[in-house]
Design a protein around this ligand. Structure first.
Ligand code: CA
Length: 530
């Protein structure tokens, strides 16, 4: 009797100990190296994903192709599958179908603006580390510097690499894609085609149109790179198409032609490829091509443009299918930031608070769809956290090049291969750190979001972006500004007092993040007026 009570006690103790170990390990993060972000480890899921990749490689005899389709300024609420589409007068059957036949993420995070997002997905690093806190505007100096670029690493392991579309990572020679690891490139340098026609844009930019000095400045800048620039690796870029009022509506169809031509050529050779297709749409000013003008139910330029984007994605996916490449190609469809609400009515949509430029969710929580028939199960939706820096690590991992991860600098991305490729895969990311310029303004952890600083706007304004139109200012919060995004997706009510237990977790995450910035000092802002 005594013995059996003793045994019972021991087994009870073991089970208590075990459950506490499981509990602790569920919050325990794994860190592979000092310069790599800690992550949530799912060893069984990772093994399953790797086994899947190995089977595919045996079948195809090569590493998978990667296609990133980046839409500009498309909001979370624009594609039909996210709640937009027909509801906003712009059906998006192609994006919807991609999502239904793949994985739709509901908590994927970009940076608040164009350039920081592009630099982050190509480097695996937050803007505070790569230095591109904000986009260079027409005529400004600054672009991607001495960063290790995803395309270069993929090229080193035998990938053919190409970028077609909006670049916006700098115009200096050493910032151009042919010197950043891309074998082929045809790009628009700037953030918006409107700057190329700024001297001739009386309706929207009369202050430039009627000012000889400003006109001269804009012309001087345009003279250097007046339109789409083409270059193969290491070459001097040459002009292939001037950007003017006639060509602006055609740009995205042209970029699609280039991408499709690249896909067709790649299908005939043995190396895997990496294609970065970067739309100029649906950034303002919306200029649909003739074929799409007035064709959306909304009959508005933005909605026409969104439908054109959808049709172009169909062309690109069609090219993959015609070449029987879909089995060995991972396609990622994302947007680079939230809708630009300062451009009403030429703007996208979001159900969240805030818009482009802000770290309210409306500015940074964007559509992200992964499509890879046979590798990513259809009809999957996940709220698992995904930061666009993760694209860097995940693509390297899928390309079998994980050992190429830089060791001399901090990498904020984590490998999400097991999350994407396992049928019930869970995110490997613990938290998302959100910056407005140099300031850490918000942190997302699970369904909770803690604001350090918020953009506050005046009364009676329709927009809540960074507020160029709305007298917005950044205000430091008292520290308990914590929202539950499941029950308050507009981030209106702080529950920090009631849910004060979350403070400890946020405190630890922020402390570790700040320590990484001490160990690896941030880069100063590198965008400046010449
Ligand atoms: Ca953008």
């Amino acid at each position: 009797m005594k013995k059996s009570i003793g045994r019972l006690f021991v087994s009870l103790l073991i089970s208590i100990l075990l459950s506490s170990v499981v509990f602790a390990s569920s919050l325990q993060l794994k860190k592979d190296a000092k310069n790599l972000e800690a992550y949530i480890s799912h060893p069984e899921q990772l093994a399953a994903a790797q086994a899947k990749l190995a089977v595919l490689e045996t079948k195809t005899g090569k590493k998978p192709n990667i296609v990133i389709i980046l839409v500009d300024d498309m909001g979370w609420g624009d594609p039909g599958v996210y709640g937009g589409g027909a509801a906003i007068g712009a059906p998006t059957p192609v994006m919807d179908r991609l999502a239904y036949s793949g994985l739709k993420l509901t908590s994927a995070y970009s940076q608040p603006t164009c350039t920081p997002t592009r630099a982050s997905l190509l480097t695996g690093r937050l803007p505070i580390r790569h230095g591109l806190y904000r986009p260079p505007i027409w005529g400004e100096k600054g672009g991607i510097t001495d960063e290790v670029i995803l395309a270069s690493l993929l090229a080193e392991v035998g990938y053919k690499t190409a970028v077609f579309g909006k670049w916006h990572l700098g115009t200096d020679k050493n910032q151009q894609p042919q010197n950043k690891g891309f074998d082929e490139s045809i790009i628009m340098d700037e953030g918006s085609p409107k700057f190329y026609v700024a001297t001739n844009y009386k309706e929207k930019l009369p202050e430039i149109y009627f000012d000889p000095e400003l006109k001269a400045f804009f012309n001087r800048v345009k003279k250097k790179r007046p339109g789409l620039m083409k270059a193969n690796k290491g070459e001097k870029a040459e002009l292939v198409l001037e950007i003017n009022w006639d060509t602006i509506p055609t740009l995205d169809q042209k970029f699609a032609d280039y991408s499709i031509d690249f896909i067709n050529r790649m299908a005939k050779q043995d190396d895997p490829f990496f294609l970065f297709h970067s739309f100029t749409k649906v950034h303002e000013p919306s200029a649909p091509s003739k074929e799409f003008e007035g064709k959306s139910p909304a009959k508005q330029p933005f909605q026409d443009s969104l439908m054109e984007v959808d049709a172009i994605i169909d062309r690109i996916i069609g090219a993959l299918k015609e070449n029987n490449l879909e089995e060995n190609t991972m396609v990622l469809l994302i947007s680079d930031n939230g809708p630009d609400e300062d451009q009403f009515p030429d703007m996208g949509h979001t159900p969240f608070r805030g818009a482009k430029g802000s770290t309210w969710d409306g500015g940074v929580r964007v559509p992200a769809i992964f499509w890879w028939p046979g590798m990513i199960a259809p009809m999957r939706t996940s709220d698992g956290l995904f930061d666009f820096t993760d694209i860097f690590n995940t693509v390297l991992s899928i390309a079998g090049a994980k050992d190429m991860l830089p060791s001399d600098r901090y990498i904020d991305g984590v490998d999400q291969t097991s999350f994407l490729l396992t049928d019930n895969g869970e995110s490997n990311r613990s938290a998302v750190f959100m910056y407005t310029l140099k300031d850490l303004t918000a942190v997302r952890w699970r369904e909770w979001k803690k604001h350090q600083m918020v953009a506050v706007i005046g009364d009676g304004n329709y927009a809540a972006g960074i507020g160029t139109k709305n007298d917005a200012k950044m205000v430091r919060t008292p520290g308990l500004n914590i929202m539950n995004l499941y029950i308050d997706n507009k981030e209106r009510i702080s529950m920090g007092q009631e849910k004060s237990w979350t403070i400890a977790f946020f405190g630890k995450l922020i402390k570790d993040h700040r320590a990484s910035l001490v160990a690896y000092p941030p880069k100063k802002a590198i965008v400046t007026m010449p």
